[in-house]
Write a protein that binds this ligand. Structure first.
Ligand code: C2O
Length: 544
């Protein structure tokens, strides 16, 4: 195994998009950021220096970080942020993971522009479980704002209203041909006829689930979230923020130029969103002369309508692991988390209550709206025995159960604020049913669990019914993921073994919902042996 050393400098960089030049926050001036390429078993050392004006942390999304929460990165959960002028070195090892992951800032809304791919090849000499592709292409989907994303965030926090939507979706940082001043910079991928291509698709968008397709080309999904899947043929994929999807296709169409494109999947009623399409060009033949480039017309793929829940859910529900996976059969911790938006009533009209009907938006899990600490991280507080940073009373079930199909109990409209964690014994087997509360709106919440990969054993619409639904769970070959969408107006069930000690954030990967409090933490206690006990914090762990 190798050790890869990188220096990441968090810095401002002027970039031009949509006719205007802005300064954005980047790593090393690159947007998207550097691509990390490693093999399973390799270690990474990433010296991160912050010369930007904001506090920042970096998160290695999906890396398990066994007994090493100090390298995970969410600010005020496992570390204090790296302040302007500060440095912190992330050190971690990839353990039994292969495929596509990514990294991103985990402070405020900095991940709008601070992100990049993390590609994990199999151990040396281990082949892919599919035909070796002729080329591999990272495809990073994102969002672009005309305004500074941090200003968009501040505006939403100040007014209590929903944040402004982005001004474009992007592929590898470029909006593509259908946006103003963008066609000269559209991302172009060249392929040769007959080649097999592996696309490593990452949804780095802040707030938007996306459909993705390639004109005229059939796709075969072979992996998600750094775990292989049974080959799954499809013409379109749905990918939530935080998720990755590896797809193969063959360049078997007549040599020409084809669009690959992404558009929104967004069922939130009343929600304004950017109903536009981002494109990149798939171009056959590297020799194509620019004259032909100008003239040849490019085919656009058929993308589903923005509210096509049936297509989105059928895609997600169709994925399987290649073979039997070890899903826990007996459950020690049977958890039910109601996740959704809420509205906090304001007593008097005020500038900070610009939500619907004199309210401000909130979001919660089991009626608790998560509050990030500001003086110490939860992990440090736990490790050092500092009181007053968090409480260990996150409820395993909602305070009131109700009908989640629209007949909404007012109790969940006004969540309570808190920094609450749920304790798990090392090695306990856990099931979580995530139920969309459908309060305010029905919406797909892409739920991400740090430090773990879990099995997605079932999903459905309406209210989860344990007696009816549990017997139908797939405990044989469910897909293994780190981020799963809770279907709009429905539920999803996951299982895992609590075999990674530390503090691990679980949250909606739509950042608008995260800042409203759609998060909680697991605190997994130490076990006995090595890899079962949290390692001591590194000396350079930032101070608050
Ligand atoms: Cu990719 Cu806590 O997130």
């Amino acid at each position: 195994a190798e050790t890869h050393y990188h220096e990441f400098v968090i810095q401002e960089q002027p970039v031009k998009r949509l006719c205007r030049t802005h300064k954005i926050i980047t790593v090393n001036g690159q947007f998207p950021g550097p691509i990390l390429e490693v093999r399973d078993g390799d270690s990474l050392i990433i010296k991160t220096t912050n010369i930007a004006q904001y506090n920042v942390t970096l998160h290695w999304h999906g890396v398990r970080q066994i007994a090493n929460p100090w390298a995970d990165g969410p600010e005020y959960i496992t570390q204090c942020p790296i302040q302007p002028g500060g440095t912190y070195t992330y050190r971690f090892t990839i353990q039994n993971q292969v495929g596509t992951l990514w990294w991103h800032a985990h402070s405020q809304w900095l991940r709008a522009t601070v992100y990049g791919a993390l590609i994990i090849y199999p151990k040396f000499g281990l082949p892919y479980p599919f035909a070796t592709p002729n080329q591999e292409i990272p495809v990073i989907l994102g969002e672009w704002w005309d305004r500074d994303p941090m200003a968009v965030l501040r505006q939403a926090q100040f007014t209590g209203a929903a944040p402004n939507v982005s001004d474009a979706y992007t592929i590898n940082g470029q909006p593509g041909d259908f946006y103003r001043c963008s066609s000269q910079e559209t991302t172009v991928f060249s392929v040769e006829s007959g080649e097999t291509v592996l696309l490593r698709i990452i949804n780095a968008a802040l707030n938007q689930e996306l459909f993705f397709a390639v004109a005229n080309h059939k796709l075969t999904v072979v992996g998600v979230d750094a775990a292989y899947t049974k080959p799954f043929p499809t013409s379109v994929i749905m990918i939530g923020p935080g998720q990755t999807t590896d797809v193969l296709f063959t360049a078997d169409q007549s040599p020409s130029r084809y669009y690959m494109a992404a558009s929104a999947y967004d069922t939130a009623q009343n929600a304004a969103f950017d109903n536009t399409t981002t494109t990149a060009v798939l171009e056959y033949g590297s020799e194509t002369c620019s004259a032909r480039r100008q003239s040849s017309q490019v085919l656009l793929p058929q993308l589903p309508a923005f509210n096509d829940t049936a297509t989105a859910t059928a895609f997600t529900a169709g994925l399987r692991s290649p073979s039997k996976v070890g899903v826990p059969n007996n459950i020690d911790e049977n958890l039910f988390f109601a996740v959704g938006l809420g509205l906090i009533n304001c007593l008097l009209p005020s500038p900070s209550c610009q939500g619907p009907n004199n309210t401000r938006f909130a979001a919660s899990m089991n009626n608790v709206s998560f509050v990030f600490p500001t003086t110490l991280s939860v992990m440090q507080a736990y490790y050092q025995g500092v009181q007053g940073i968090f409480t260990a009373d996150f409820p395993p079930v909602p305070p009131v159960r109700f009908d989640y199909t629209g007949n909404v109990n007012r109790a969940l409209w006004q969540p309570v604020n808190g920094t609450k964690v749920y304790k798990l014994k090392y090695g306990s087997t856990v099931q979580i049913v995530l139920q969309d509360t459908s309060i305010v709106t029905t919406e797909d919440h892409p739920m991400h669990l740090h430090g773990y990969q879990f099995s997605v054993v079932g999903m459905g619409f309406g209210n989860f019914n344990a007696a009816r639904d549990t017997p139908k769970f797939n405990l044989v070959d469910p897909p293994v993921r780190n981020t799963i969408g809770t279907p709009p107006g429905g539920w999803v069930a996951i299982r895992f073994v609590a075999d990674n000690p530390g503090v691990w954030l679980m949250h909606c990967h739509i950042d608008a919902h995260l800042v409203w409090g759609l998060a909680m933490c697991f605190l997994v206690e130490n076990g006995q042996g090595a890899q079962q006990t949290v390692i001591p914090p590194p000396q350079d762990l930032p101070q608050c």
